[in-house]
Design a protein around this ligand. Structure first.
Ligand SMILES: *Cc1c(COP(=O)(O)O)cnc(C)c1O
Length: 392
């Protein structure tokens, strides 16, 4: 057995130390400073937009996104069941209610079900959509680009336009994912809907320790995001505030780390793609398991890799995770379904079906950007052994 192979760890082998040291030496460590501006520019440039607003986390970015969409406590927001809970919690921070929409085989929101939901369960009154069951307005939907795969934005945007829904893209896992062909050719995840949010948590493709960023196709909404994330100060000198604001600003210290990380984004995406292809080829012949792909007309950042335990898999999902652990390899099941978690019991749902299937069968395997080819081969060999019933 070789060394321990973690699931997903940061890779700080570039200018991180240099820039952070500089931030400390110049004593610009807090929420003002050039690195914050540079980091925002780097993110904007990387996803082909004019401007980005950095914030404290992906979660705070998603909260802000709903606020600038004008979601109120009387509203509902359409959300996914099979993702990290931070995609949904901000709906409740505002006091609004989620309605859970199933995923398709991409693990992202099913656009066909989304349309059927709007057509059968809702009613358009003027330019507002109402949920017939409780007569509440549905203001927005949050679509998550799960594991770096692009959701079907062509269809989702069509439905959103037709039913007057604002679209928040949770692109926290999909920095750098972009369409290669089709209506949105060249467009990056996060830049197609009304607001997009990225995360720079430690397990994401690029990290600031903790951090996030907001982009928007509406400049005035992005101005509002900046305002809200910086305490909604309307008069700098006299400390006047015209709204309830938040302390959601990223610090210069974190941004210094982020600038160094962004210099390496292309390289990280390359490594993730290369290792994805290596896994894919090697796992293809193994019995009882599948390996989830990414959308064809997309260059994905291939953030997370997913093995699936199929019907004929000789070991259970949990047994597979345990056996990998015995061999020094960290893996994990996919997230617990959000509608089944305590704070969301009894929530409204629509045709949930696929989410249960994938919840049961997905196992995420090591995907760090410093994962070597030997590491990939080692994980594959361990899976082969486990499926063949060999013990350690
Ligand atoms: C990581 C993540 C978030 C939250 O980002 P933080 O920076 O950790 O707050 C939200 N949604 C999804 C889908 C994520 O993977």
């Amino acid at each position: 057995m070789g060394h321990f192979i973690p699931l997903s760890v940061p890779n700080l082998s570039g200018n991180e130390k240099k820039y952070v040291t500089e931030a400390i030496e110049t004593e610009w460590v807090s929420t003002a400073g050039e690195y914050v501006n540079d980091f925002e520019k780097a993110i904007a440039a990387a996803v082909g937009v004019d401007r980005a607003v950095a914030c404290q986390s992906g979660t705070s970015g998603l909260h802000t996104a709903l606020l600038i969409c004008g979601v109120t406590r009387d509203d509902m927001v359409i959300v996914p069941p099979l993702t990290f809970i931070a995609a949904v919690n901000p709906v409740r921070y505002i006091g609004a209610e989620p309605v859970f929409m199933d995923c398709d085989d991409s693990l992202c929101m099913d656009p066909v079900k989304l349309r059927r939901f709007c057509e059968t369960e809702c009613e358009l009154r003027g330019e507002e959509l109402f949920y017939k069951k409780n007569d509440r307005r549905i203001r927005a939907l949050t679509v998550v680009h799960v594991f770096g795969n692009m959701a079907d934005m062509e269809q989702i945007m069509d439905v959103a336009k037709e039913f007057h829904l604002l679209v928040v893209e949770d692109a926290t896992e999909a920095l750098g994912t972009k369409y290669l062909t089709g209506k949105y050719a060249g467009k990056f995840a996060g830049t197609i809907g009304d607001v997009g949010v990225f995360s720079f948590n430690g397990n994401k493709i690029v990290t600031t320790g903790g951090g996030g960023a907001i982009v928007s196709t509406h400049p005035e909404m992005l101005d509002h995001a900046k305002h809200l994330t910086t305490q909604a100060k309307s008069d700098e000198l006299n400390y006047l505030h015209d709204e309830i604001g938040y302390n959601y600003r990223l610090t210069n210290l974190q941004a210094a780390l982020g600038v160094a990380q962004m210099e390496q984004l292309d390289k990280f995406i390359e490594v993730k793609n290369r290792n994805y292809q290596r896994y894919k080829k090697a796992l293809a012949g193994l019995p009882g398991i599948g390996f989830l792909g990414f959308r064809d007309n997309v260059r994905s950042n291939c953030w997370f890799y997913s093995v699936t335990c199929e019907e004929n898999c000789p070991v259970s999902r949990d047994r597979m995770i345990e056996e990998l652990k015995k061999r020094g390899i960290q893996s994990r099941p996919i997230w617990g379904l959000i509608q089944d978690q305590i704070p969301y019991l009894g929530s409204n749902t629509f045709e949930l079906e696929k989410c249960f299937e994938y919840w049961r069968k997905v196992v995420n395997i090591p995907c760090s950007t410093n994962l070597s080819e030997e590491d990939v081969d080692c994980v594959v060999e361990a899976l082969r052994e486990i499926l063949a019933g060999e013990t350690v």
